[in-house]
Ligand binder design. Structure first.
Ligand SMILES: *Cc1c(COP(=O)(O)O)cnc(C)c1O
Ligand SMILES: [Zn+2]
Length: 446
């Protein structure tokens, strides 16, 4: 088969590095590395043959191809040994046709990519399966890696801990104390990671983990390690595949450290280069207004990277002020005629609650993406007959406090207009029937 992939500097410095080397940055300029594939070799199959192969593998039990990531192994890490792959058969998450939500904004062709319906409840699993598999292979090759480590806003650590535990590799996670949800804190604890809760924010944890992983025996699992991007890029390919290999008009994605939007773009560009698609969607990167460095950079035409001190946001997984993958994301936005837009706390909470009323159960980050979609639809930038996919990045069940505070109308500075608190009653059937009727009437359902 002869497919191959390697690390290379994003800024174009010379030098190829093995994916099984412990290296995260370009030795010449210090820039990020990206995974490059031998595209000529991949042309040995026609576009139709690739589509057929990927369709045939979808959801099979044949190891490791039943995974949404490893079903595209030749495009991800072609030469890794199957026995070193660590997978939960992640990917193949459903597209939810948001019919009722779409009606509210006069957008009939609205779909939600349910990336949070995954092993640890977020899209981070797509990247972590690749990173932990490569570590397993490196250890099998005799590389002295004693543990994997990551700074996290909660979902990376949950995913790392689970995959590391599945592989029997020790893991270390650095969390900003008090800034992740209860579910996100308990996940790596349950999976046996060494959990370090630090008195700093995510950006502070990131600085520390970079320091720790200068020692080659602790392997860095953050998304500046582009192995994760290789797994995450399958989400874009999968969306197109789910629409019978047709490309939607827009993809809206909530962004923080900017790894996932770059990954999404990479997958789509690879499909275009290999002739599986002939057009690209436009991308929308959605930020919380309280943590909006990418939005600020965009507003200044990406003249320079802007870093800020991120303020608290309910969208805690994207509370990031100094996004590591900024240069990659700028390239992506430019290639996809992209837009960056932001949402306030009130807007994200309202959008999330609105979506939930139509049967979804959205995390606050998905709330950010939806709030941004509502704005762009209102402004007429997104048109009625456009096909739009919103990437839901995590499962709402990880964010119970967010939901609880909203429905108790306890979010400071805003009125929770869709709050739906429980009604406390004695067990009296007549009184209960009256209450049900009165409530249906109040809601205009009678
Ligand atoms: C990590 C994460 C994001 C942001 O992804 P980046 O790659 O950091 O931009 C968005 N939503 C959720 C739920 C996440 O866990
Ligand atoms: Zn370089």
């Amino acid at each position: 088969m002869g497919y191959s992939a390697w690390f290379q500097c994003v800024n174009g410095c010379p030098g190829h590095y093995s994916l099984y080397d412990v290296i995260y940055a370009c030795p010449h300029c210090g820039g990020l590395l990206e995974v490059r594939h031998d595209m000529e070799a991949l042309r040995d199959r026609s576009p139709a043959a690739w589509m057929q192969l990927f369709d045939a593998r979808a959801r099979t039990t044949q190891w490791p191809y039943g995974s949404g990531v490893w079903g595209k192994k030749e495009w991800v890490i072609p030469d890794i040994a199957d026995e070193n792959i660590v997978s939960t058969f992640e990917g193949h998450t459903n597209l939810f046709w948001a019919e009722r939500l779409g009606k509210r904004i006069d957008l009939p062709d609205l779909w939600i990519k349910m990336s949070g319906n995954s092993h640890t409840g977020s899209f981070k699993d797509l990247g972590m399966t690749v990173l932990v598999s490569v570590v397993k292979q490196m250890r099998a090759m005799g590389k002295p890696i004693m543990a994997v480590a990551a700074a996290s806003t909660g979902d990376t650590s949950a995913s790392l801990a689970a995959y590391a535990a599945a592989a029997g590799i020790p893991s270390v996670v650095l969390l900003p104390r008090g800034k992740v949800s209860t579910a996100q804190l308990i996940q790596p604890i349950a999976n046996g990671a060494i959990v370090l809760a630090l008195d700093t924010d995510f950006d502070g944890c990131m600085d520390i983990v970079k320091e720790l992983t200068k020692d080659q025996t602790i392997y860095l699992a953050n998304s500046m390690n582009s192995l994760r991007i290789e797994g995450q890029k399958t989400v874009g390919i999968e969306i197109v595949q789910q629409f019978n290999w047709s490309v939607p008009d827009w993809i809206v994605i909530p962004v923080g450290n900017l790894g996932n939007v770059s990954a999404l773009g990479n997958g789509l560009l690879m499909m275009k280069e290999l002739g599986l698609i002939s057009k690209l969607p436009r991308l929308v990167a959605a930020q919380s207004a309280n943590a909006n460095p990418f939005y600020l950079s965009y507003k200044r035409g990406f003249q320079e990277k802007i870093s800020i001190q991120a303020q608290p946001t309910m969208a805690s997984a994207i509370q990031i002020g100094n996004p590591v993958s900024y240069p990659k994301a700028v390239k992506t936005l430019q290639a996809f005629d992209g837009i960056v837009e932001q949402a306030t706390e009130e807007e994200l909470a309202h959008a999330s609650a609105t979506a939930d009323r139509t049967g979804l159960y959205t995390c606050p980050h998905t709330g950010v993406a939806l709030a941004v979609l509502f704005k762009l639809r209102r402004r007429g930038i997104i048109h009625r007959d456009d096909r739009v996919v919103v990437i839901s990045t995590a499962h709402g069940l990880k964010f119970t406090d967010f939901k609880l505070h909203y429905h108790e109308n306890q979010i400071p500075g805003m009125e929770a207009t869709l709050a739906n608190p429980p009604i406390y009653l004695p067990p009296d059937a007549n009184m209960i029937r009256d209450t049900i009727l009165r409530t249906l009437e109040q809601r205009g359902n009678l």
